[in-house]
Write a protein that binds this ligand. Sequence first.
Ligand code: PDD
Length: 288
Amino acid sequence: MIYLNGRIVPNNRALISVYDHGFLYGDGIYETLRAYGGKVFMLDEHLERLFSSASMIGLMISKKARDIKKAVYMTMAANRLKEAVIRITVSRGAGPIGLDPGLCKRPTFVVFANPFRMYPRSSYEKGVKIIISRTRRNYRKALDPRIKSLNFLNNILAMTEALDQGALEAVMPNYRGCLSEGTVSNIFFVKKGILHTPSPDTGILNGITRRIILDLAWGMKIPIHEGCYRPRDLSAAEEAFISNTTMEVMPVTAVGGRVIGKKAGPVTRRLHGAYRDKVAEYIREANR
Ligand code: PDD
């Protein structure tokens, strides 16, 4: 069942126009969220980012955060889900051909809730392979990666490179050659006990998982450094991991052809443990 413009409808009746500018131009935004035990983790933060993306493309979402929360929980209930991946998509809506957003009178608002499928346990134990793509991350002043937009071709081109090389994710350098982020994740690495991650000004999505990890690391007195890193910095790391809402903290043990570990590193495991505790605490609070 899908929430479409105010109503829950079966998948095969969730239809939108071929004139939707989301389809024609990738004009729209989205959020991916995860529910644990029937509660959506960091719902307020995801909605804040949804509204921020909307404002950066001049899209008026007529719904209040309260109503969006209701729509999310209605969609989960309609699908009888407790462990779920939720996606909120808002496109510019249907309108005549032409780039003028004013041609579209009403945004299209969609919520999916699908069962959460756990990544293989072995990925968390042994770690995964990533690559550094030849595809550069969008230049901030051309299309700011802080906008979680439906325009995903940049990421798809990089992901295609990863898949061609048998990797799970591709980290994209920015226009200057500084590492920025993965196609659907943020990147971290550890060297000499310091946790490194590309700084926001390299042009990245302000990952909600990334923010939590930095807070946890700070609380655990793990030194943090955010900056401009080159591919060789990542390849020479002692540990690395990628983060996002669905994978949480995913250890990386190979970067391209280079092996950087045999299994998840100690800092990675500590941070993932702390992240799981944070989720559990959040869900306990939400159930009170
Ligand atoms: N992706 N960078 C990019 C480009 C992303 O698309 C995502 C999230 C992240 C991590 O953000 P967060 O920690 O808030 O999930 C970083 C989601 C999972 C997606 O595209 O479905």
